[in-house]
Design a protein around this ligand. Structure first.
Ligand SMILES: *Cc1c(COP(=O)(O)O)cnc(C)c1O
Length: 762
């Protein structure tokens, strides 16, 4: 049987190679083999598509951070081991082919990665659910470091072989009076043993990368050529903000036409649209799908009131943040300029909402003429969900309380999850194999089976193996970094990793202050009990000045430390360039201490925290987002919690009585660390303008309350390092408990909940 599969795969690859290059397997180049495999995988995925009978989900999202596809698809299709064996037989290495693939640059962080995990779980659970998004040519940007500063260049990820297939389908979309054709591309989404679904990506044929000038700048007014160039074009000026509306409307208008077409083809008469389609609006970027669907339905003869009801029954909204600046609101004049066809509809929706309540806080169009996208979502969808228990409670009790009182039945929680296929099977094959030996392979489909690992809590042999695998993963990360950035890691050290978007609320600056503090301690002869490797990965939004200053400070400090042999023996600070899914897959399996140190109440959920836990890291974190649920599951002994609680933070904001300067003046450790930023050591390698701006920000504002949590963080982190050093076997036992308790955080569980409570698919 086994031999037969291998021969079959061999034959298929040979066939593909013959078409491509007329070469035998052993003589084909890696590029040729990669293309042959791509075609083979596409054929296999195609054969798992299914016709849809009942309700089908459309997950609309501005981002899908899907990661590389070759290995993921091979694993999901059950072909990985066989393909690797066939290649090895011909003297070829699958890992080398993986290196050829460019990671699709279609997302920027957690929100886009969540969308990708959801697509994987939908297909795995055999549910009908497709994605709708945009095909950005250069995605976010590619990050590299120059003079200790973030440098941004276009990420030309489409230059290699393309997994998405161009179709002949195109929909007209009218933007600012001009009609464009939105071309549909289709990307197969494989499930682990399940079906194949589709990610639908729209693009304009006229978009032209040659309009990009210096770095990532381009003419923001040249719509036909720039529309899908970048994800989140810089919105620090009006043209950038308008361009975002162009993008959003392109996505939702083409998406809505696709949905109606598909449903009508399946027999839908539009009045019964909600029986054929469920639409999930991922954050507010796709919110215009609501008025757009109403517009299309009324154009096809449905009465306005009925169209509103149909759309409400069809659509649901996910809220991802309570950060006010991230809740999109657009000046009415912007929408008037770009999508005048929607404005009368939005005005009618606003009037309709006002018949339900006279609370001005729930208005869609406020008195200053701003249009609040989230408000439109909550009024005119049937479900509003938060993404972790704490986040949903904060939405209900404070941030969206006025809406909760109006529509208590619409609010619900869906704690985020991650796909274990990518974040365990693919990124940590050694740990996966060990788990399989211990408890069988059932956990790959039913993550709750990981709890069976608890039986090995006191098995020294198993705990040693877990430690051994961690060590090997550290070596692999070090090799990878050596190759990429010329940095070799001290693999005898404890690894603490903070990798996520750079944002003040995530508080990389708290970690920075800790590292400066340790620098002083080491200089004073107060050594750490074991050397620490502190690893960062993070992109800062191009217009986010302070975030870039934090990167600069960390890179500069890294240089100060590595130039000082007294300190560098004990401390290594490494910033991984261009943090993306590929980098995450290398970093996470090598981590001992997972840094989840956002200001309590600010991180809606986090999913990085789940990936680290699943790979046997212990969390050092605040009671924020899904950290709360991780703590609940693993118990207080198996996580390092510190810092203010969310209610303390919310109180402090309400009172408005936080004064960073008081903390700076009264705590000598804090003052010493902050002043170091502009001291002579940092000046030697850094830029005073950036460093003093950051120092001023920390003393004068510190909006995310870093200083009150500083001492608690210092104590907990040093406790973790001490436990790691002096109680190694107990550390490994606690790592095993974290792995065993990670099952709840599988996105299969999340998707099952969405389906049971919101979508009711199939
Ligand atoms: C998981 C992931 C994130 C989200 O990380 P958080 O810690 O939840 O913010 C961001 N970027 C990449 C590449 C990821 O894989």
């Amino acid at each position: 049987m086994k031999a037969n599969t291998l021969t079959f795969i061999q034959t298929k690859l040979k066939e593909e190679l013959t078409v491509l290059s007329r070469k035998p397997l052993s003589e084909a180049t890696d590029e040729e083999l990669y293309l042959a495999l791509l075609t083979y995988v596409q054929q296999r995925s195609e054969s798992k598509k299914e016709t849809v009978k009942g309700r089908k989900l459309y997950y609309i999202s501005a981002e899908f951070l899907i990661g590389k596809l070759l290995s993921n698809n091979l694993i999901n299709l059950g072909l990985y081991d066989d393909v690797r064996a066939v290649l090895a037989d011909a003297g070829k290495d699958l890992a080398a082919l993986e290196e050829l693939e460019q990671e699709p640059s279609l997302g920027n962080g957690g929100l886009g990665r969540l969308a990708a995990c959801f697509l994987d779980s939908l297909a795995t659970l055999d549910l009908p659910g497709d994605g709708i998004g945009l095909r950005y040519h250069c995605g976010l940007f590619h990050q590299n470091f120059r003079d200790n500063l973030q440098n941004e260049t276009p990420d030309y990820w489409l230059s290699g072989a393309d997994w998405a297939e161009r179709t002949n389908i195109a929909y007209p979309v009218t933007l600012a009076g001009t009609t464009y054709l939105a071309r549909l591309y289709r990307l197969a989404v494989t499930g682990y043993g399940g079906r194949t679904n589709t990610l639908n990506l729209f693009d304009l044929d006229t978009v032209d990368e040659s309009v990009i000038k210096e770095g990532i700048s381009f003419d923001k007014r040249n719509t036909p050529q720039n529309l899908t160039l970048f994800l989140y074009p810089d919105d620090s000026d009006d043209d950038g903000r308008l361009l975002r509306i162009y993008q959003q409307y392109l996505m939702v208008s083409a998406g809505a036409q696709l949905i109606l077409d598909e449903c009508e083809a399946r027999g839908c008469n539009l009045h019964d649209l909600a029986d054929y389609a469920a639409i999930q609006i991922n954050d507010t970027h796709p919110s215009m799908v609501i008025p757009e669907l109403i517009r299309l339905l009324t154009e096809k003869g449905v009465a306005f009131e009925e169209a509103v009801q149909i759309v409400t029954d069809t659509c649901a909204y996910t809220n991802h943040t309570i950060l006010a600046e991230a809740l999109e609101k657009w000046p009415r004049s912007y929408l008037e300029q770009v999508v005048p066809q929607l404005l009368p509809i939005i005005e009618r929706l606003d009037a309709l909402a006002r018949t339900r309540t006279d609370d001005p806080k729930t208005a869609i169009i406020d008195e200053s003429g701003q249009i609040h996208m989230a408000h439109m979502d909550i009024h005119f969808t049937h479900s509003t969900n938060g993404v972790a228990a704490l986040h949903t409670e904060i939405l209900k009790n404070s941030e969206l309380n006025h809406f909760y009182r109006l529509y208590p039945e619409k609010f619900n929680n869906k704690t985020n999850g991650i796909t274990f296929r990518r974040w365990l099977l693919e990124c940590n094959p050694k740990l996966t194999a060990l788990i399989g030996e211990l408890i069988g392979d059932g956990f790959k489909k039913d993550a709750s089976e990981l709890e069976k690992l608890l039986a090995f809590e006191h098995d020294k042999n198993v705990l040693d193996k877990i430690a051994q695998i961690k060590k090997e993963n550290k070596l692999a990360l070090s090799d990878w970094l050596q190759h990429r950035q010329g940095v070799t890691l001290n693999t005898d050290a404890v690894f603490a990793i903070q990798s996520k978007r750079l944002h003040e609320y995530k508080r990389q600056q708290l970690n920075l202050l800790y590292l400066i503090h340790q620098y002083f301690e080491i200089k004073a002869g107060h050594l750490l009990c074991t050397p620490l490797v502190s690893i960062f990965g993070a992109k800062a939004a191009p217009a986010y000045t302070i975030a870039k200053d934090i990167i600069h400070a960390l890179l500069t400090l890294s240089e100060v430390v590595s130039a000082d042999p007294e300190v560098s023996k004990w401390l290594q600070i490494v910033f991984v360039e261009n943090y993306n899914v590929t980098a995450a897959e290398k970093m996470i399996p090598a981590c001992d201490i997972s840094e989840q140190i956002s200001l309590a109440s600010k991180e809606a959920s986090g999913t990085g925290n789940m990936k680290f836990m699943l790979n046997g890291a212990l969390t050092l974190g605040t009671m924020d987002g899904a950290n709360v649920e991780i703590a609940e599951r693993v118990g207080g002994d198996n996580i390092y919690i510190f810092g203010q609680s969310s209610s303390q933070v919310i109180d402090r904001y309400a009172k408005g009585d936080y004064c960073a300067k008081d903390w700076y003046e009264s705590d000598p450790n804090i003052r010493r660390a902050i002043d170091f930023l502009t001291g002579p050591q940092m000046q030697k390698y850094g830029c005073m303008e950036n460093l003093s701006r950051l120092r001023n920000e920390l003393i004068g504002k510190d909006w995310f309350q870093t200083l009150p949590d500083f001492n608690a963080y210092l104590v907990r982190k040093n406790q973790a390092i001490a436990d790691y050093t002096y109680n190694a076997s107990d550390w490994n036992r606690r790592a095993l408990i974290n792995i065993a308790k990670a099952g709840f955080f599988s996105s299969d569980r999340t998707i099952a909940e969405y389906n049971e409570e919101i979508w009711h698919l199939g």
